[in-house]
Each structure stands twice: as structure tokens, then as C-alpha cells.
Design a protein around this ligand. Structure first.
Ligand code: SF4
Ligand code: SF4
Length: 333
């Protein structure tokens, strides 16, 4: 495992960290074994969020007795001072800790970032918490390049998390600027929200970028931990570059990253689920499996009434309605 200093935080972090979204799928009793595998692999950076239901609590449970060996990062969607202060208290209680190493403003759009930075905004609570020693450092996570760029000008912000992988390179110049400003870069969506199936290849490609501090693939089993961390930082071969070119060609830019921000659908369609099965049907030659899973969905793509509520929430501006029509046509329902 390679280690890096995460920008001006001074935190020494493993280049491959632990993404805490999928832990919601397992039981609390299985969380310690997951962190055993992470620790054995040299992982010392853990990312979670107030918004990931039980993730903070499961991780807090798994970290008992070894807190000092990990850098713990969490985040909140709160935009006001009062709400952020309450969320910091909740995170500390969920995690069973008296200090969180990095607390991030979770995925604001431009207007929400302005609100968080204004008098009475979330940043005031973060500054207070830092002064009180409840949090060590302040960061921000974003899906929009304009928000990433704006965050680079905010003096309190010490880290930025943004999607970056072989098929989503829109943040590359900003990642370089972050490094120049000594702002730590946390790479989210290393597998493009699951669209890239060859995890080791995607992670190795990202590791080649020296401006990336830590990469946080999500993991739910010790086997996934081992697979995601067994990625040597060796240069890619010509065959591996060709494989990435094939993946880029197949995915294009019009694909769902499974972030879930479009939910809830007015009529109850599991939008990322529908796109996932459509991807398996159209890209990976798993037609029978995809069809059986799709047909088991309680509400399928053809139920879309075209209200557009989901599209206004998608950070990638995907034409969800049009894509669902294609999905319904392909599956015939
Ligand atoms: S446009 Fe369709 S998919 Fe989107 S929220 Fe409305 S009904 Fe659901
Ligand atoms: S459709 Fe957009 S918002 Fe919904 S999961 Fe996919 S990328 Fe995220």
C-alpha cells in the first residue's frame, strides 16, 4: 500500500481507502471483519456520511479498539449552521468518537454552497467544531465541476472529493489545481458508479495520477477489500490501455453512475436499478440474467409518467426520461 499526505490536512492516508456506502448492505456483526480485511491490506482512510443510513454506526462499531489506526471522514447535507452543528453531534454519537478527522459539506450545488458559506451557514458550525476539537479538518464533496472550482477558493476547505475514473475525466484539470493549492483530492466513483466492471484496472489507472490523494471504492465484503487493494501501482500495459479504450467506447458519457440523487421517482421506479439491468442487457451480454432481474422490479421503466422531477435532481444532467423509454423498449415493459 502506498501512502500520501492529504494536502494541507497533513493526514497521512493510504492511497486506496474504504468507501462506506455498501456497508449498508451487510449486518452490523459483519462490519468488524470487513475492517480487519481493510487494516490487513494497509487501508487507513475510511469515508462515510450522515446520509448513508447505518454506515456511521456500523463503522463506529467496527473501529472500536483501533480508532487511532484510521483516518475517519464523514459528511453532511446540512446547509445551515444549526443543522450542521446538529449533524456533527449525531455523527460523533453514531461513530462513538470524540473527534472526527475530516468533516465534509456533502454535494452542494452552487446555490447550496453559497448558503453554506453565508452568515448562519454550515461553514460557521464547521469552524466552531474545528476550534472545539470535535473535527480535525474541513472538506467538501461535489459532483459538479463548477462547485469543485468554487471550493478551491474557499480558505477553510482542505480537501475536495469528486468523481474521477477512466471514463469521467472532467475533473482532471481541477484535480491538478487542487494539488497546486495543497488541497487534498479524494477520488470518488473510481468505478464510475459500478459501470466499470474491471475494478483493478480502473484503480490502477487512477493510481497513475500523482495528484490523487486517496481513492475510495465502496466495499461490502472482505473479498472486495482484497480485490480492490491488490492493485499494484505499475504502469498499464498496451493491452490494458486497449481494454480501457474499449470500455470508454462502450460507455460513452450517457450512463448512470448509480448515485441515487434522482430518487424518489414519482411513481416508484428504481431508476439506477433499471439502468443497471439495461446496461447488463445491452453491454455485457447478460441478457437472460438482466431480463429476470428487471422483470422482478415492482415498477418498471414503462411506468414513467414523464414528470421530470428526477432529471432536475440528477447531477449528471442525464435525459432520464428518454433513457427510460429506451430501457422500456429494450425490455418490452
Ligand atoms: S420523469 Fe419518470 S422516472 Fe422521473 S420521477 Fe417522473 S415518473 Fe419517475
Ligand atoms: S440517473 Fe442520475 S441521479 Fe439517478 S442514479 Fe443515475 S446518475 Fe444518479
Amino acid at each position: 500500500m502506498e501512502y500520501r499526505t492529504l494536502g494541507k490536512t497533513g493526514l497521512r492516508v493510504s492511497r486506496i481507502g474504504f468507501g462506506g456506502i455498501p456497508i449498508q448492505r451487510i449486518e452490523k456483526k459483519d462490519a468488524p471483519a470487513l475492517l480487519d480485511a481493510a487494516e490487513a491490506a494497509g487501508v487507513n482512510y475510511i469515508d462515510t456520511a450522515r446520509g448513508y443510513t447505518v454506515s456511521e454506526e456500523w463503522l463506529g462499531h467496527a473501529l472500536r479498539g483501533r480508532r487511532d489506526r484510521f483516518v475517519l471522514a464523514t459528511k453532511s447535507m446540512a446547509r445551515t449552521k444549526e443543522a450542521m452543528a446538529a449533524d456533527i453531534r449525531t455523527s460523533l454519537a453514531n461513530l462513538g468518537m470524540d473527534r472526527i478527522d475530516l468533516y465534509q459539506i456533502h454535494n452542494p450545488n452552487a446555490a447550496q454552497l453559497a448558503e453554506a458559506l453565508a452568515p448562519g451557514g454550515a461553514m460557521e458550525a464547521l469552524r466552531d467544531a474545528k476550534e472545539a476539537g470535535l473535527i480535525g479538518h474541513i472538506g467538501l464533496t461535489a459532483h459538479l465541476a463548477a462547485v469543485f472550482e468554487a471550493a478551491l477558493e474557499v480558505p477553510e476547505i482542505e480537501t475536495v472529493m469528486f468523481p474521477y475514473n477512466p471514463v469521467e475525466r472532467q475533473g482532471e484539470a481541477l484535480i491538478r489545481r487542487a494539488r497546486e493549492k495543497d488541497i487534498g483530492f479524494v477520488c470518488m466513483k473510481p468505478l464510475a458508479g459500478g459501470a466499470i466492471e474491471n475494478a483493478a484496472l480502473a484503480i490502477r489507472w487512477i493510481l497513475q495520477n500523482e495528484n490523487v490523494g486517496v481513492i475510495i471504492p465502496g466495499m461490502a465484503t472482505p473479498e472486495e477489500v482484497r480485490a480492490n487493494t491488490a492493485c499494484p501501482a505499475a504502469p498499464l500495459t498496451a493491452e490494458e490501455e486497449a481494454e480501457l479504450a474499449r470500455i470508454r467506447e462502450a460507455l460513452g458519457t450517457r450512463f448512470c453512475r448509480r448515485c441515487g440523487y434522482c430518487a424518489p421517482c414519482t411513481v416508484g421506479i428504481n431508476i439506477p436499478g433499471a439502468f443497471l439491468f439495461y446496461g447488463y442487457l445491452s453491454r455485457y451480454g447478460l441478457a437472460a440474467w438482466a431480463r429476470s432481474r428487471y422483470e422482478a422490479m415492482p415498477v418498471t421503466a414503462s411506468a414513467c409518467v414523464g414528470c421530470g422531477a428526477c432529471e432536475s435532481r440528477c447531477p449528471y444532467d442525464l435525459p432520464i426520461r428518454e433513457m427510460l423509454r429506451e430501457c422500456a423498449a429494450a425490455f418490452g415493459k
